[in-house]
Design a protein around this ligand. Structure first.
Ligand SMILES: [Fe+2]
Length: 376
């Protein structure tokens, strides 16, 4: 889709930003793919942002002012006040057309992926790997951007095939991080495969133990903890990039040396294993049953901030910043019951942005008496 830089004075509600816009102090004001409202345009003016790159409609002439896109009706963020109806942020995503397409594509892929993953254990990897990559690429093509993808994934929880859906999710998150890092296509494909195959060792563990809801016995626990080594043993003889094999072996290692199986520390880990570790934990956190209704991304980021010693710092910061930037201008519920809007991110405390309500401005990085509890 074509884009054009439009002076802020000429922006119109309904235009969709093609790039993010930052203040001169590098605070994010809007994320790319934001549908502009009058309120957002006023904010851009307030922060003296001179121009914004927006998408141009495909059929209309390039006159710099008309820019309605087909995406405006389904963009979940910012343009629709929750006060207008009782739908939550995630309800609106579930009702969008692009979610229906994503769900369809993901469901088909999980079914195919099940077969492919089992095939990899038994056969040579070449063709199967190409098929797997094709599945991931087809899902990614159904989403408008990486952040859109996280919201979609969040709305599609509840698969019983724990290992398969989880591996697919992790590969999609790896794809997202890889695109933020600007990896070339060949590297991206390797990273996606790291995500797809990281838990392959779990196929060697009885399903009842993997899916056991209650507390595990010591023996069961150590069996689960053997899956990185089991996965590595499956992949070792295959003609695959070594980083794919290492990601299976190392994705439970932690940057500070507290992980398993070998208690390796930061610099001993393959870069791709460090990416898979973050993607794996993010998916595990957001798929937690008690959060199925829709986890609050600020809570997830807060957990990462508390556990930051466990992950590669530069990768973790990139992941947190890019993830949370999607929620600028999003309406939220605060722990004191007030409704507000996220207006500025604190770069040093990403889980605690500045929120404005009808009556007050909360800088959550200073005021710890209030939290964001929900997206609305
Ligand atoms: Fe694992």
């Amino acid at each position: 889709m074509k884009t054009k830089k439009v002076l802020t004075a000429n922006l119109k509600p309904g235009m969709v930003s093609a790039d993010a816009a930052y203040t001169f102090t590098n605070h994010l004001v809007i994320q790319s793919n934001t549908t502009l409202t009058q309120e957002i345009i006023d904010k851009l003016k307030y922060y003296a942002i001179k121009s914004v790159r927006v998408y141009l409609p495909e059929k209309e002439p390039d006159n710099g002012t008309a820019a309605e896109t087909t995406e405006t009706t389904e963009t979940p963020k910012t343009e629709q006040s929750s006060h207008e109806n009782s739908f939550t942020y995630y309800d609106r995503i579930r009702q969008s057309e692009s979610f229906a397409a994503f769900k369809d594509s993901f469901t088909k892929s999980v079914t195919n992926f099940k077969e492919q993953l089992n095939d990899i254990v038994l056969k040579d990897s070449g063709e199967v790997v190409d098929d797997m990559l094709h599945e991931v690429e087809s899902i990614v093509s159904k989403t408008r951007n990486a952040l859109h993808l996280l919201d979609m994934m969040q709305c599609l929880r509840g698969f019983d095939d724990i290992t398969y859906a989880h591996s697919l999710n992790v590969s999609l998150i790896c794809n997202m991080i890889g695109s933020w890092l600007g990896l070339p296509t060949k590297e991206m494909r390797t990273l996606i495969l790291c995500g797809l195959l990281h838990d392959i060792g779990k196929l060697k563990i009885p399903h009842d133990i993997i899916a056991k809801p209650g507390k595990l016995t010591e023996e069961e626990f150590s069996m689960i903890r053997s899956h990185p080594k089991l996965g590595y043993d499956i992949l070792r003889p295959k003609s695959l990039d070594n980083r794919i094999k290492l990601a299976a072996l190392q994705h439970h290692e932690r940057y500070d040396g507290s992980g398993y199986p070998k208690r390796l520390t930061g610099f001993e880990l393959s870069d791709f294993s460090s990416i898979v570790a973050i993607a794996d934990v993010y998916d595990a956190m957001t798929s937690n049953r008690s959060y199925r209704k829709g986890i609050c991304p600020f809570t997830v980021i807060a957990t990462f901030e508390q556990e930051k010693n466990l992950y590669d710092p530069s990768l973790l910061y990139l992941f947190m910043r890019r993830t949370i930037e999607a929620y600028i201008n999003t309406e939220v519920l605060l722990s004191n019951g007030e409704h507000g809007k996220v207006v500025l991110l604190n770069q040093n405390f990403l889980s605690r942005p500045v929120v404005i309500t009808d009556t007050a401005t909360y800088d959550l990085s200073r005021d710890f008496s209030v939290n964001i509890t929900e997206l609305i």
